[in-house]
Ligand binder design. Structure first.
Ligand SMILES: Nc1nc2c(c(=O)[nH]1)N[C@H]1C(S)=C(S)[C@@H](COP(=O)(O)O)O[C@H]1N2
Ligand SMILES: [Mo]
Length: 423
C-alpha cells in the first residue's frame, strides 16, 4: 500500500534491490554495527602490529622477515608490565574473534550495495568500490587465516604470518579510507534515532530516507530490529564465552573450541598447556639426561654448566605468564638462575643481545634472540623448576627460558646453549 514513506525509484534500481527485501536494513542498522567496529577494529589492528614489533624484527625474527617499505617503527619490546604481551595478544585474538558476528552482521546489512547497478557511476564511485574490495576482502581474509591458524598446526602451503601481515595492510588501507568517508554519515544517522528507543521498540518498521539500503518492496519482518541486535550481540557474547578459557584456564578452557590446540596437559604442578611436546619436538632422554650441559659463549672463553651446577647457583622465583601468539596464556611460578647472572658468569661486557638455542634440531622455534633488557631484567630466568618441582620434559626439562612480557615463542624450551653478544 503506498504511503508517504515509499519513495519513487528508477525501475532499474528497484529491480536490483528486489532480492534483498528485509525491512530491517537501513542506514541506522548499518551505522550501529559500523560504530562498534570503528571502536573495536583499531584495537585488533594495533595489537596485531604490536605483536609484529614484539617479535623483534631488529633481530630478523619477526615474520615476515622482509617487509620492504612497510617497515614498522622498531623498538625494544618492554619487559614491564609482565602481562603486557598477554594483554595485547589476548586482545588481538580474543577481540578479533568476538567481532566476527558483528562483521558478518555489518556485511549482511550492506549486501544490497554490492548489487547496485550500474556498479560504477563515477571516478569517485570507482575509488569507493576499490576501497570496499580491500575492506571486505581484507577482513574476510584476515578472519579466515587467523581462525584457521589457531585451529590447526600450520596447515597453510604458505607462511601464515606473511599472508596475515600483508592481508592486514590491504585491510587497513580499506578500513581507513572507508572510515574517513563514512564516519560523518554514521554519526548523523545515529543521532537521528536513539539506541534506547530501538531497544524498547518491539516493532520493525522500515527506516525512512533515501538510501540504497532501504528496500522499496520490503518483505514481512521475521524479527524486530531489537531482536536483530540481540541476535548479533548474543553471538558476540557466545564467542566471548568460547574464547575466555584460553586466558582464564580452568574449566572454561574446555569450552575454548576455537583454540583446541595445547589440550595435552602435564601432571600435578606441571599441569598446564603444552603446544609442542618433547616427543613432537624429537627430544630424547639421552640429550636431556645426566649428560646434559649448558654452554655459554660470548665472554673471553666458553663456559659450561651441568644441571647440578646451575642448581648450586643463586635461585630466583618469579610468577610469569607464557603468552602465545595464538592468544592463549597461562601464569605459572618459575624458579631458576637469572639470565643476568649467567651473562655475568661469562664475563661479557656491554651486553647487546643473547641468542638462545634449543636441543631441538628442527622446528621454527628452536632459536630465539633476546634484547639486552630481556636478558638483564631481574625476573628473566633460565628456569629449572615450575611450581616447586622440576620442569616436566614437555615443559622444557632440563631448562627453559622465561622472560617477563616476552612473546611465548621466544621462551625457548630444552635450552642447550646461550650466546651473549656485546655491542
Ligand atoms: N624449543 C622450543 N621451544 C619452544 C617452542 C618450541 O616449539 N620449541 N614453542 C614455543 C611457543 S610457540 C610457546 S607459546 C611456548 C609455550 O609452548 P608450549 O605450550 O609448547 O610449552 O614455548 C615456546 N618454546
Ligand atoms: Mo606460541
Amino acid at each position: 500500500m503506498p504511503d508517504e514513506n515509499v519513495r519513487v525509484r528508477s525501475p532499474q534500481k528497484a529491480a536490483s534491490l528486489g532480492r534483498f527485501r528485509s525491512p530491517l536494513r537501513g542506514p541506522w542498522l548499518t551505522s550501529i554495527f559500523g560504530a562498534l567496529l570503528l571502536v573495536g577494529l583499531p584495537v585488533v589492528i594495533l595489537t596485531g602490529l604490536l605483536s609484529y614489533v614484539a617479535y623483534g624484527p631488529q633481530f630478523g625474527q619477526a615474520l615476515p622477515v622482509d617487509v620492504g617499505w612497510l617497515q614498522l617503527p622498531q623498538f625494544d619490546w618492554p619487559t614491564n608490565p609482565a602481562w603486557l604481551y598477554r594483554l595485547t595478544q589476548g586482545l588481538h585474538v580474543g577481540l578479533g574473534l568476538v567481532l566476527i558476528p558483528i562483521v558478518l552482521a555489518k556485511l549482511w546489512s550492506v549486501i544490497p550495495k554490492l548489487f547496485v547497478t550500474p556498479p560504477i557511476r563515477s571516478v569517485a564511485s570507482a575509488l569507493e568500490r576499490l576501497s570496499l574490495i580491500a575492506l571486505v576482502g581484507g577482513i574476510l581474509f584476515e578472519i579466515v587465516t587467523g581462525v584457521l591458524n589457531i585451529q590447526y598446526d600450520y596447515i597453510f602451503g604458505f607462511s601464515f604470518y606473511t599472508a596475515h601481515y600483508w592481508g592486514a595492510w590491504i585491510f587497513i588501507a580499506g578500513f581507513v579510507s572507508h572510515a574517513l568517508i563514512k564516519t560523518p554519515l554514521m554519526i548523523r544517522t545515529l543521532r537521528g534515532r536513539s539506541l534506547m528507543q530501538v531497544l524498547k521498540d518491539k516493532q520493525s518498521e522500515q527506516e525512512v530516507g533515501d538510501s540504497d539500503l532501504i528496500s522499496d518492496d520490503p518483505a514481512e519482518p521475521t524479527m524486530s530490529r531489537r531482536g536483530a541486535l540481540a541476535l548479533v550481540g548474543g553471538g558476540a557474547v557466545f564467542v566471548a564465552v568460547l574464547t575466555a578459557g584460553q586466558t582464564t584456564g580452568g574449566f572454561l578452557r574446555n569450552a575454548a573450541i576455537l583454540l583446541p590446540r595445547g589440550r595435552s596437559y602435564g601432571d600435578g604442578p606441571n599441569d598446564f598447556q603444552i603446544n609442542r611436546t618433547a616427543a613432537a619436538a624429537g627430544i630424547d632422554g639421552d640429550a636431556t639426561g645426566a649428560g646434559w650441559i649448558l654452554e655459554l659463549t660470548g665472554g673471553p672463553q666458553a663456559i659450561t654448566f651441568t644441571r647440578d651446577a646451575l642448581l648450586g647457583m643463586e635461585q630466583h622465583t618469579a610468577e610469569l605468564p607464557i603468552a602465545c601468539v595464538e592468544g592463549w596464556s597461562t601464569v605459572q611460578t618459575w624458579t631458576g638462575v637469572r639470565l643476568r647472572d649467567l651473562a655475568a658468569a661469562t664475563g661479557v661486557g656491554n651486553l647487546e643481545s643473547a641468542q638462545v638455542t634449543s636441543i631441538e634440531e628442527n622446528g621454527p622455534f628452536r632459536q630465539a634472540t633476546l634484547h639486552s633488557g630481556q636478558v638483564l631484567h631481574s625476573d628473566s630466568l633460565l628456569a629449572l623448576q615450575v611450581n616447586g618441582v622440576d620442569l616436566s620434559p614437555d615443559h622444557g626439562y632440563p631448562a627453559r627460558i622465561i622472560v617477563p612480557a616476552m612473546p611465548g615463542v621466544h621462551n625457548t624450551k630444552w635450552v642447550k646453549a646461550i650466546e651473549f653478544r656485546s655491542t
